[in-house]
Design a binder for this molecule. Structure first.
Ligand SMILES: [Zn+2]
Length: 376
């Protein structure tokens, strides 16, 4: 069963039927659906004919026969609508389109070569990249629910202004004009916030979690019961800038010793000039310089995790590109966490993200999908 947070639902019988189908693990028969929704068969048929006419619900093959005529199963039409997420980082712009079941319909990466900030500050670039992406992949504008854009930044509560993006080197940039150039519903949010929410939604086994996004920067979000805890200034969960080594390495934010300065992918590039793939290949081959750096990153990551857990006492999930390489080192990381945590009995509260790839754009698109499901 998908776990959908409580949002503003329209409460109609039609919506109850649609949500029942959306949340069901597999397609179900009309009889089972009427039972689940606690409605009569005539009411079900009346609403179903509407939903099917609009192309939102479809027959999905016959149920296993128990003798007599086979009953047809119903499902939502996942391809009836789609949403797009655009994730902007210092290195790449990633565009992903997902259907109502969050299946990826299309994906594209555009290298930025250090010019990511221009996409946010110069007219037309973002809107043009979006239109090209839709055209190239034959995605119909009529079915597009909206476009969610993620940035590695503290974003204003109005979702239209970047307050501070250390890895993009921009401060206080209005995005109102950029949003105005996009002819679909659009919003901007912090990338780790969107990724963390998608992770929480998809894994549905954690009530509360601190999500740590390890990419070219280190971000995070605190999700409590399916809702992100923003704090007074939307700066909650900026785990990348907690100090783990006073007077240590210089960070993008201007301070020294931040978790980001020690555990981001950028450290690998800055210190060794390697891509992550090359770096982990060499770590695996026991290259001394790479092993030394990696275990230093792991030890500092463990201190950060331990501090987060000491402060908040909830599960900690590690996501972002760097986490794709973590599985062989998870046990070592957990041992380091235990070494620096005086309270926990074990480090089983540390998890790796279940969605390793494209989670930021997917998370940005997810909000539109959930809004649609609520409003059918
Ligand atoms: Zn910092």
């Amino acid at each position: 069963m998908l776990h959908i947070p409580t949002r503003q639902q329209n409460g109609s019988v039609r919506n109850r039927i649609y949500r029942c189908l959306y949340e069901a693990e597999r397609p179900c028969t009309r009889q089972a659906l009427a039972r689940k929704c606690q409605i009569s068969m005539p009411t079900l048929y009346q609403n179903l004919s509407e939903l099917m006419e609009e192309g939102l619900v479809c027959d999905s093959g016959a149920a296993r026969s128990t003798g007599g005529r086979k009953a047809m199963r119903l499902d939502i039409a996942a391809e009836a609508r789609f949403a797009v997420g655009i994730s902007i980082t210092a290195e790449l712009i990633r565009l992903a389109a997902v259907d109502l079941r969050l299946r990826e319909l299309a994906y594209r990466e555009i290298p930025c070569e250090g010019k990511a900030a221009q996409v946010l500050t110069e007219p037309g670039q973002l809107a043009a990249a979006l239109e090209q992406f839709l055209d190239e992949n034959g995605l119909s504008q009529e079915k597009l629910l909206g476009v969610g854009i993620t940035v590695p930044a503290i974003v204003a509560p109005t979702c239209d202004r970047v307050i501070f993006a250390p890895t993009l080197h921009i401060k206080d940039v209005s995005l109102t004009e950029r949003m105005g150039e996009i002819p679909y519903p659009a919003y901007v949010d912090n990338d780790a916030c969107c990724s963390g929410f998608a992770e929480w939604y998809i894994r549905h086994d954690l009530k509360d979690m601190a999500y740590l996004s390890l990419e070219s920067g280190v971000g995070g979000v605190l999700i409590l019961g399916g809702v992100s805890f923003d704090g007074d200034h939307r700066r909650s969960g900026e785990f990348g800038h907690i100090c783990i080594e006073p007077g240590g390495l210089r960070c993008n934010c201007g301070q020294r010793g931040c978790l980001e300065a020690y555990c981001s992918a950028r450290r690998v590039t800055d210190e060794l000039g390697l891509t992550l793939e090359e770096f982990f290949g060499r770590v695996e081959a026991h290259d001394p310089a790479c092993e030394t750096l990696w275990y230093d990153m792991l030890r500092h990551l463990a201190i950060g995790i331990s501090n987060i857990h000491t402060a908040i006492d909830c599960d900690v999930v590690l996501g972002g590109w760097v986490s794709e390489y973590l599985p062989p080192y998870l046990q070592a990381l957990k041992r380091y966490v235990m070494d620096s945590n005086p309270f926990a009995e074990d480090a089983e509260f540390v998890h790796l993200s279940t969605v390793r790839r494209h989670i930021a754009p997917m998370g940005a698109a997810l909000n539109f999908v959930l809004e649609f499901v609520d409003q059918v």
